[in-house]
Design a protein around this ligand. Structure first.
Ligand SMILES: Cc1ncc(C[n+]2csc(CCOP(=O)(O)OP(=O)(O)O)c2C)c(N)n1
Ligand SMILES: [Mg+2]
Length: 269
């Protein structure tokens, strides 16, 4: 098992704190003007808000292995991942507040954070980031450029068609892409057991001939270790042409991470 160095542990801890403090502030400001009768249109941050308090270990355990050149696509619950990938904090907050100084001039909002400097994007459409992650990995392979792509999704998104389509192509073309499922047991008001035929989504990786691992709980070190193996395998990479230079499934892992408190903190769905 790969153990983080002291410097990596410190970095993970700092990023988790930044993310938690950031979201606690966002939550407080978001609620301004929206009560006593909740009106989503009111307040300094109108619209929906999806917080990831409690899911920070997953973001840091994975992103600790990534550089700016690596690509991350995240979900509608993106703040912890954006922080860990090094998205510009001031511009990110400005974007969340809809300001001109935001990452996208304030037009994207909290679910649509884009920072090309660190190859980060996210989307309000669930599983939407999986295609672009696979496309980016394909582009790197074809151009002979370094870098892996990591697509984060929620466990609910694993029932989308895009999940199966992208896993299939990633495996077929041996692309340097890793899929990370943040399993908080709920998709809005639908419990996982009411929507998903199997208990653990990592088992689905086998259907596409790629390894999958399950990391229980919220242990940043355990997530770090699982992500290390997955990302190393992706970096070692297979070829685009699939002419057997790296036989078998070598470069993709589905890491299913169980998180415990994310949904308790959610404000609006
Ligand atoms: C394609 C699509 N269908 C429906 C929705 C509405 N929607 C927003 S969040 C969500 C549930 C997502 O659950 P999960 O993937 O587990 O992520 P979590 O919210 O738990 O982080 C749904 C269905 C959407 N955004 N995109
Ligand atoms: Mg979920």
């Amino acid at each position: 098992m790969t153990v983080p160095s002291n410097a990596q542990r410190l970095w993970m801890f700092e990023q988790m704190l930044v993310s938690r403090y950031l979201e606690e502030s966002i939550e407080r400001i978001y609620m301004e003007g929206k009560t006593p009768v909740f009106n989503m249109a009111n307040g300094p941050i109108p619209g929906e808000m999806h917080l990831s308090n409690g899911q920070e270990p997953c973001a840091v355990g994975v992103c600790a292995h990534l550089n700016a050149e690596d690509i991350v696509t995240a979900t509608h619950r993106p703040h912890h991942i954006a922080v860990a990938k090094g998205v510009h904090l001031n511009e990110m907050v400005a974007e969340i507040f809809g300001k001109k100084t935001g990452l996208s001039g304030g037009r994207g909002g909290h679910m649509h954070l884009f920072d090309a400097r660190v190859n980060f994007s996210c989307s309000g459409i669930i599983a939407e980031g999986m295609g672009p992650a696979v496309g980016a990995a394909l582009s790197r392979q074809m151009q002979g450029k370094p870098g892996v792509a990591v697509a984060f999704i929620g466990e609910g998104a694993a029932n989308q068609g895009a999940f199966h389509e992208t896993l299939n192509l990633a495996a077929l073309w041996k692309l340097p892409v890793v899929f990370v499922i943040e399993d908080n047991a709920w998709g809005i008001s639908v419990a996982k057991q009411a929507s998903t035929a199997i208990e653990r989504n990592y088992l689905r990786a086998a259907a596409y001939g790629m390894p999958g691992v399950f990391v229980p709980g919220n242990d940043a070190d355990a997530i770090f270790a699982a992500a290390s193996a997955a990302i190393e395998r992706a970096r070692a990479g297979g070829g685009f042409s699939g002419h057997g230079q790296q036989g078998g499934s070598i470069c993709r892992v589905v890491a299913s991470v169980s998180t415990v408190t994310g949904h308790g903190r959610r404000l609006v769905e």
